[in-house]
Design a protein around this ligand. Sequence first.
Ligand code: FES
Ligand code: FE
Length: 452
Amino acid sequence: MTNRENIVRNQGLDDLLGRVSVSLEDGLMPVEIFGDAEVFEAEMDRVFTRNWVFVGFESEIPASGDYVTRHVGKDSVIVARDRDMKINVLANFCRHRGAQLCTNDRGNSLNFRCPYHGWVYRNNGDWRGAPDKSDAYPKLDTKAWGLLKAPHVETLYGLIFTCLEQEAPPLLDALGGGGWMLKALMDLHPNGMSVMGPPDRYRVRANWKTASENFAGDAYHISVAHRSVEKINLGQGFDAVNQFTINYALGDGHSCTGSATGDLLGEVGEYWGYEYAIRNQFDLSRLDNAQKEMIRLRPPAVGNIFPNLSFIRFTNTPPAGKWPVVYTSWRQWQPISATETEVLSWQLKWNFMTDEQASESYATGQFGFSSAGVFEQDDTVLWEGAPHVALSPWARKEGAMFNMQLGMASLGGIQQRDPDWAGPGNVYSPGPGEAPARDFYLRWLHEMTRGS
Ligand code: FES
Ligand code: FE
């Protein structure tokens, strides 16, 4: 066995992360991180239970007693609105013997009763009772036996986030440039946005990071992976994407990417191409100048908030004489294992929209990005490649790396950093680059290696 083989075969997680920190400076990534079970377990501990993560929308649980079940990393949680309208994130297991408490995706209940021996909890997590309580537990310290409750839950523009770490910065501070991006997308009207129904849910045999980095800023794949969409006239201008791409690397691994459609098409291409009946209702007074200019001239079409919350705001190619329909989809890449991810995908509407506008937006969004979406299917099958390579004995023996160098100045890429950018982080254009992906993995590496 050669020295190199020996190193590759025997390296532990720390060695692998050490290799990542060296290779990432050159825009290279060891393949193992996309399929290694040890990496996955560490991600669940270090990324998902120590950071703010998204768990749903306020509009999914508008009334007292409403709840949805979601995951924080590997943990099933109940996201419930209690009688005081406060949102709680509760561990979805019974404190008595660990039976799963709630098996529904969503519902309305003031209490959760364990199906095993019948302990009952309020929807704020408090222990409420048990069969034969007075005989069985006359002296039980009931305050000590409530459900585990996330110490931090905050909402921002209708999105609910939680953090399981006791010592955590406020959500806005933690999100940094990601919060700035969220505002530019969601705070365009005082009535905000809401979901149009429960999320589509489907599983893909891919690592969650591949999906996050794709939405963070992979414009490079569009003219190739989605070529068939253009060929059957469901999209157009895919070649121009490369020329007019803007990568917004907003700091801390939060990114978005769009096209300079306002510069390219004039007024028609401004504000994502929203029809006037909709864009005229926007109130941009709460945005700063960089946000205003971004959404007018170079609106972000996709983006990712670290670790696994992505959006897409995009249009269809309308029939002749019709205005394009813009849709907004948020999706969460829920890790299942190192090689499997569950996609949760919501379509959202502006609350001021007419029913007709909302249903057009929903249908268009589902057509493009849903379990059967014409774009989505192209992507998800291609994401299955990375875990195969991660588990390939040959690739590991060779110490194979993936290439994330696109746009790096050291390689003579044409992308330039915009020196006049007034928003957070950095902006790169023209042409597709992989700065957002590199930023995403820098943040990932930071989380994987920082002390608890
Ligand atoms: Fe829930 Fe026993 S496991 S009451
Ligand atoms: Fe795609």
